[in-house]
Design a protein. Structure first.
Length: 216
């Protein structure tokens, strides 16, 4: 019994943080979302969110130059995939310094997906746990809050492009692919070591450690 418990605890650690058993991602987001309408940001009901199989949390900010480069690529992906596979959603998790900066960034990019309200994202410990040590950080979850693909593998930054590719495969191939992705993430986390210095570059081609550190 003790061995089984420890094994389960070990696997849970590999998969990353999950929501409490009584909760799910959709309920955690309910009543906390906003979306862009024209140039204004207004409350967003997200009535289809409870049916979403995959939710991609996008940790990003207007002050982050590499985020400005990746966000348009994520938008292209979203416009291509959302009509074909409505069972997923992207949620913007702002790392801006104020509500005005968050709304300015959403309007500038014309983000087609909802975001968590600034006051909510600042205080939400449950979903903020999914963010790595820097941005842009894209994390794909299932409805239970289990990590299916992450921009970080352990302490190594593998980037949001890889996550976007994983999500496309999950959407195209279905639940079996998601299960495979979860197992692969676990295996990679288990075997990965600290990356060589300078071996991981940002989308802009600069060293991640110099360009992506979170602002204090």
């Amino acid at each position: 019994m003790k061995i089984t418990f420890l094994r389960g605890l070990f696997l849970l650690t590999l998969l990353g943080p999950a929501l409490p058993a009584s909760a799910d991602v959709a309920s955690e987001l309910t009543g906390k979302l906003v979306a862009l309408r024209g140039k204004a940001v207004i409350p967003y009901a997200a009535t289809e969110l409870p049916q979403a199989q995959y939710i991609a949390l996008y940790f990003s900010a207007g002050w982050c130059g590499p985020c400005h480069q990746f966000t348009p690529e994520l938008m292209k992906f979203y416009h291509e995939m959302k009509p074909k596979y409505p069972g997923f959603e992207v949620i913007f998790m702002s790392r801006d310094q104020s509500p005005n900066e968050m709304e300015k960034y959403m309007a500038e990019m014309q983000m087609p997906w909802p975001g968590m309200r600034y006051s909510a994202v600042k205080s939400d410990r449950t979903l903020n746990k999914y963010c790595g040590s820097g941005i842009p950080c894209l994390v794909v979850l299932n409805e239970k809050g289990e990590v299916l693909s992450d921009s970080f593998v352990g302490k190594e930054y593998v980037g949001p492009y890889r996550v976007m590719k994983d999500l496309k495969k999950m959407l195209s191939e279905g639940p079996a692919s998601a299960a495979t992705a979860t197992a692969a993430t676990s295996a990679t986390t288990l075997t990965s070591a600290s990356p060589a210095k300078g071996s991981v570059n940002s989308p802009s081609g600069t060293d991640w450690n110099a360009a992506f550190k979170k602002k204090p």
